[in-house]
Structures are given as C-alpha cells and as structure tokens.
Design a protein around this ligand. Structure first.
Ligand code: PMP
Length: 426
C-alpha cells in the first residue's frame, strides 16, 4: 500500500476537521504529524529549561537535545559539520542575515544576481543594499516557466559578488538547475546562495552535491513547528562573517566599549533560541527520513501528473496554469487562473483588439468558492510580485500538495473548479 493511503492518520488536523477538508496550501505551511506535536509537548513537559546557561542537569538535557537536533538537521541536508547549521526563525530571517552580514562588505557598483522568480524574502533584504549603490539584476524565465540560463549567464559580471536563487519556485513550481548555477557563480568568484524553502521539504537535498555556499529553509513547510528555520553555511565563510544580531549567547566577552564573538554557530544565535522548535524540527526530519525523500519527491510528481491529466480531462473553459508541464522538473505547486487575470493595461489592449476574456473569476473569488467546498487553496501574488507581473497576471490561485495529499484531493480540486466556473458563468 503506498504510504499516502494511510498517512492522514498521522496528522490530527485531518481527524479533527473531518473527511471533507482538503488542504492544498502546504507551500505556505505544512500540517504537523503527532510525532512533531508530541516532541514539543514532551520537551515542555519533561525537559524545559534554557540551553547553555545552567550547570544543572535539566539545562544540560535541554542543551543536549538542542545540539542533537542541529546534528540531525545537518545530516538531513548532507552537511558535513553540524556547526554549519544556524537556527533562525525561518527562510526570511536566514536571507536577511546573509544580506546584512555579506552586504556589509559590498561597495558601490557591486552586483547581486537573482532570478525573476524569487520570493520577496530573496529580493527585499538585498534591496536594502541599493542604498549604498549595490545593483540588483534578475535572470529572466522562458515562456515555459523554466529559468533562462543564457540570460543568467549573460547577466553575471566581474562585479557580481553574490548569486542567490530559489531552488524551487513557489508559484511556477520550476526546479532550477542549482548545481549548474553554482558552477557558473563559483567560476565567476561569486558567493552562491540557494533558497531551499520549497525544495528541502519535497526532495532529497544535499548541499555538498549542489555545491552552494549557503542555503536557507523553514521548518514549518517540512512538518516542523512555526518559528524555527535554518541557515546552512560553509563553516569557513560563517567564521569570517560579521554577526547579525547582538545580545546574549553570541558573545565571548563583553566590555563597556567592545565585545568579542562566540564561535559559529552561536555567533549567529543571539538570545534564547526556539529550543522546542528545533526539537520539533528534528522530529519532522525523522518523520520525513522514515518515509524516504525519494518517495516524497515521487509522490509529489505523481500528484502533478494527475493534476495535468485532470486539467485536460476537465476542459474547464478559460483555465490557464503556469510553469513547466514536465513533472520531473517541477515541485508539487499548481498556480492557475480562470479566464486569466491580466493587469489593466493588458486587458485594455486586448479589449482594443476585440479579444474577449470569457468568464474571468478573480483568484480571491476562486479561493473563497473552493473554500465553500472544503478545499483550501491560496490566492494572491504569493510573495512573488515581480514574477506575477512577469507572467502578465495580477494574482493567481495556487494549489500546493504534500505527502498527505491523495489523488482524491486533486479530483476534489477539479470538481470544485468546475463548480466555480458554473457559479460565475451564470
Ligand atoms: N522562499 C520561498 C521559495 C518560499 O516559498 C517561502 C514561503 N512562501 C519563503 C522563501 C519564505 O519563507 P518563510 O515565510 O518561512 O520565511
């Protein structure tokens, strides 16, 4: 029996919300299995105390559990040394840390190369550096939603100090060839950063094989609790970098006029960390490892295959979807529109040419009509406004799958979409 046929039993939310609840928003955040919820409860019930600070048994236990969680996460992404894992709040904080710390050494005229499919968390922190004259360039996408590698190669220059790309787009689902991009970046002497928010939860990820210098990801998208995320960084680079936040735990010595820093990773973990969160994330890693990340990836691919086949079978008038059609180069994310939602300028030019738009259902209306059928999808720009504009949309609806979704969930999506179009065609 494939694992997804019984997997919902491991997730109390499906039991509590009942048969008719279809959760298709895991790209925003995943549901949590009992083992993760129990790990949090167990920590607070039996081991709760602060790490590092106490010389008493309970604090040593907490410190030990926190350290073992770091080791577990490190192994999970193929890092050779647990000191290369810095616990942060989420992907956003990890990328802000990098922009702040690496950005300190950049000077006017230096360049940062991103892609047009980045999440705002891999755009806005770099934009802060524009104030000191740093330039940001964006590699474009091709019409099929894949990254235009020629454009990327043409935009890298001797001034490019940092190349930072998402591994998997949270809108198009595109899996980017990160190892190849890493080679281009390193041949150019640039630092190479990968946003792993949508890849680490869904496929085997090995930072050594990818050859990245840094990778950011969030625990809450991979069955873990909210409030815990990771920055992987090469130890030699982390050791050279300036700290991000100052305070307790990140120092060696503090004087009235200056301070010295603790070793990596503590240097980057100011204040009391999310101890329970790290332990919960470690339980999530155990759960995923037990399923096998190859199986997790295969299941996502299978759901995308079913999605494309139901999409053509259903023949919903005006339905357009975005991103590569090949499930082998795509994560389990399905963004779509009904009747296409263009910016006003495009709509006006279509109207001028006498092109009708058919039944247009705004993504927010799609999401709320689907919600009425018990199907939870997200609508909006998905924190990727430059990409949304690039694909000539003002917003999209997005269904995203994870290990607990079944082919039946995908069928429910398409039945509910058929219903939506009927409602809005009246
Ligand atoms: N990058 C990508 C590709 C994402 O999908 C997300 C979450 N939608 C983020 C970054 C930001 O993650 P977080 O909100 O957990 O910081």
């Amino acid at each position: 029996m494939p694992f997804w046929e019984r997997i919902k039993e491991d997730f109390p939310i499906f039991h509590n919300l009942g048969e008719n609840f279809t959760y298709l928003d895991s790209a925003a955040t995943s549901q949590k299995p009992y083992s993760v919820i129990n790990a949090l409860s167990d920590f607070y019930s039996r081991h709760n105390s602060n790490v590092h600070r106490g010389i008493y048994r309970l604090s040593e236990e907490a410190t030990d559990l926190y350290g073992r969680s770091r080791e577990n996460v490190s192994r999970f992404i193929g890092s050779s040394d647990p000191r290369q894992i810095v616990f942060v709040r989420n992907t956003t904080e990890a990328l802000n840390l990098l922009a702040y710390s690496l950005g300190h050494d950049l000077v006017e005229g230096d360049e940062i190369l991103l892609t047009i499919m980045e999440h705002h968390s891999n755009i806005v922190p770099w934009q802060f550096l524009q104030e000191k004259g740093v330039r940001i360039k964006y590699a474009d996408i091709r019409e099929d939603g894949t990254l235009d590698m020629d454009d990327l190669a043409s935009k890298i220059s001797p001034r490019t100090k940092i190349v930072s790309v998402t591994h998997v787009s949270n809108v198009l689902g595109t899996i980017n060839p990160v190892a190849e991009i890493g080679r281009i970046a390193h041949d150019n002497g640039s630092i190479f950063i990968v946003d792993g928010a949508q890849s680490v939860p869904h496929m085997p990820v090995d930072v050594g094989r990818i050859g990245c210098d840094f990778m950011a990801f969030s625990g809450h998208k991979m069955l873990g609790p909210t409030g815990i995320g990771c920055l992987y960084g090469r130890i030699d680079l982390l050791e050279k970098m300036r700290p991000f936040m100052g305070g307790g735990e990140m120092i060696r010595e503090v004087y009235t006029d200056h301070s010295t820093w603790a070793d990596v990773p503590e240097k980057f973990e100011a204040g009391t960390p999310d101890i329970a969160g790290a332990i919960g994330l470690s339980a999530a890693v155990d759960y995923l490892r037990n399923l096998g990340m190859e199986n997790v990836r295969d299941h996502g691919r299978e759901l995308m295959r079913i999605t494309f086949s139901l999409e053509s079978e259903a023949g919903i008038p005006g339905l357009i979807s975005y991103g590569p059609r090949n499930p082998d180069i795509r994560g389990p994310v399905y963004a779509f529109n009904i009747g296409s939602i263009h910016p006003m300028s495009v709509e006006e030019s279509l109207a001028d040419r006498g092109v009708g738009l058919g039944t247009v259902v705004h993504p927010h209306d799609v999401a709320s009509t689907l919600d009425g059928k018990g199907v939870a999808v997200r609508s909006g720009h998905h924190c990727a406004m430059p990409l949304t504009h690039r694909i000539n949309a003002v917003a999209t609806s997005r269904a995203s799958y994870y290990i607990y979704n079944t082919p039946e969930d995908v069928r429910r999506l398409f039945h509910s979409l058929e219903h939506t179009v009927k409602v809005y065609s009246r």
